[in-house]
Design a protein around this ligand. Structure first.
Ligand code: FAD
Length: 476
């Protein structure tokens, strides 16, 4: 039972009855109301398989009006709802904790328009990120964000988690690229903030309330996103580096030499790459080094850009910051190096249970927790590795243990969050708070801010039906 496993009690919501199911069927038809245990099961389990809910109903709306009718009904009946996109979230936010109704947005997947000049893309929230990117590319644009889960995650999920990803360094976060939003409040009211203007300072920036609110303030149904122009030239460098200090020196050098074309600066340590190559049987294009750095450029002239990156490689090999490296401008080779990087998050799952942390830290302390945690766990951990978006100060720390134990869990938490807080970092850089981190949010948010969050939740969802048990800490 969730209450035993999670040490949390079900709130006094209604339970779905057959009359409710009949109502949902009257709106959606029989096909889009799932009640068979086998059909519902996949929607109850998260990507990491850390969280499992007991929902008995999955609803699949196709329109904003359907979402509105469903929420209005659920609000009146006090039925709790868990909005779900691609279910790739890593903090247990996308699956029910108890028997919340799963509101799956996957059928709201229409692209509505793409402006050929401004690059403004208007679409429904259930569009898969990779499909949007392919669509944008057909019109010489790209999506402003890219992440390993792009083949499954939805743009609505991305907005709701304020996903960062691999190119935030260049194209900024979603607060900047999101121009407009349509969302449905808990009581079914449709909020139309679906503007498409780059500049619009007419009052409160309400669309931002939904960015990163993880389905607790409303259901995102449509978005307007600014897409950057597709770069004519993409070049990728993959380098071996001796120490983390040298990774930082290289970051500085890359900003100085490649500043205007730099689109990604990622790092991974030896254990991250080795676990990935071993578990997925893929090869590492260079030999073994303590650290690896991946530098990507997006520019407008292939000759100039690869010359710049090659020059950078020569210069930094001479300085000793780069020990070895390879540069690619052919799509297949670029794809295979990115493939290696993007496989890191799932690599550890093959060896056991993975504790995952996604934290922001000031750069001088960026890697500090990894050796600290290796010492703390000793040989109880199969592997501890660090990788991530060093250009944005965001490290992912994965600790694999043969199997989950409460003892290790309580040794890691709140320890890690206390350490992050002491170092003035954030306990969640880009994955959000969801279910797993809700009782640690105070390590990164002042009580005054948490109080305002509760007030907003009360204002927008007075019955608390939207994604309960998520984001906000339990009330003791
Ligand atoms: P879900 O997992 O379905 O939901 C996430 C949260 O958003 C839940 O709280 C859910 O209730 C809410 N939600 C979803 N859709 C809506 C909606 N329409 N309206 C309201 N609420 C909604 N994240 C990063 O930031 N950067 C990365 O680089 C990154 N890499 C990843 C790599 C892998 C291999 C995996 C598995 C995950 C990665 N993630 C990353 C995490 C995850 O992909 C992102 O959080 C993503 O934005 C989630 O989108 P989703 O559609 O899967 O949302």
């Amino acid at each position: 039972l969730s209450s035993e496993k999670y040490n949390i009690s079900r709130k006094s919501f209604g339970s779905v009855e057959s009359s409710d199911v009949n109502f949902f069927k009257s709106i959606l038809g029989d096909d889009r109301v799932l009640t068979d245990e086998g059909d519902v099961q996949p929607y109850n389990v998260d990507w990491l398989q850390h969280c499992r809910g007991q929902s008995k109903v999955v609803l699949k709306p196709k329109t904003t009006q359907e979402v509105s009718k469903i929420l209005s009904y659920c609000n009146q009946k006090k039925l709790a709802v868990c909005p779900q996109g691609g279910n790739t979230g890593l903090v247990g936010g996308s699956v029910p904790v108890f028997d919340e109704i799963v509101l799956h947005l996957g059928l709201m997947n229409k692209v509505l328009s793409l402006d050929e000049i401004s690059g403004v893309l208007l679409c429904e929230s259930g569009c898969i990120l990779e499909n949007l990117d392919s669509h944008a590319r057909e019109h010489n644009f790209i999506m402003p964000l890219d992440l390993g889960a792009k083949g499954s995650c939805h743009i609505g999920g991305n907005v709701s988690t304020n996903a960062g990803g691999l190119r935030l360094l260049r194209y900024g976060n979603l607060h900047g690229s999101l121009l407009g939003i349509e969302a449905v409040k808990a009581d079914g009211t449709i909020i139309d903030c679906l503007g498409t203007l780059k500049k619009d300072n007419t009052g409160y920036h309400l669309k931002h309330l939904f960015v990163g609110s993880e389905g607790t303030l409303g259901v995102v149904t449509k978005v307007a996103i600014h897409c950057p122009i597709m770069p004519k030239a993409v070049t990728l460098g993959y380098f071996g580096v001796e120490s983390f200090e040298n990774v930082l020196r290289l970051l500085k050098a890359a900003k100085l030499s490649l500043g205007e074309i730099l689109s990604a600066f990622e790092m991974a340590d030896f254990d991250a790459i080795t676990t990935t190559t071993k578990n997925f049987k893929i090869s590492n294009p260079i030999s073994d080094y303590p650290f690896y750095v991946l530098i990507e450029t997006h520019g407008s002239h292939e000759g100039h850009d690869s010359e710049k990156l090659n020059h950078f490689l020569e210069e930094q090999m001479a300085s000793g910051l780069i020990l070895d490296g390879t540069i690619a401008s052919e799509p297949a080779k670029i794809q295979s190096i990115w493939g290696l990087r993007e496989s890191i998050p799932s690599a550890g799952l093959r060896d056991g249970y993975v504790f995952k942390y996604d934290v922001s830290l000031p750069l001088p302390h960026f890697y500090r927790l990894v050796p600290q945690l290796r010492t703390k766990l000793g040989d109880r951990a199969s592997v501890v590795y660090g990788y991530g978006h060093v250009g944005d100060g965001n490290i992912h720390i994965n600790l694999t243990v043969p199997e989950y134990t409460k003892e290790i869990h309580s040794e890691l938490e709140p320890y890690i969050f206390e350490e992050v807080s002491k170092l003035k970092g954030s306990i969640s850089a880009e994955h959000g708070i969801g279910f797993s981190k809700r009782n640690y949010v105070q390590y990164s948010k002042d009580q005054s801010a948490l109080h305002l969050m509760r007030e907003l939740k009360q204002l927008m969802d007075p019955n608390g039906i939207l994604n309960p048990y998520k984001v906000l800490p339990d009330v003791k």
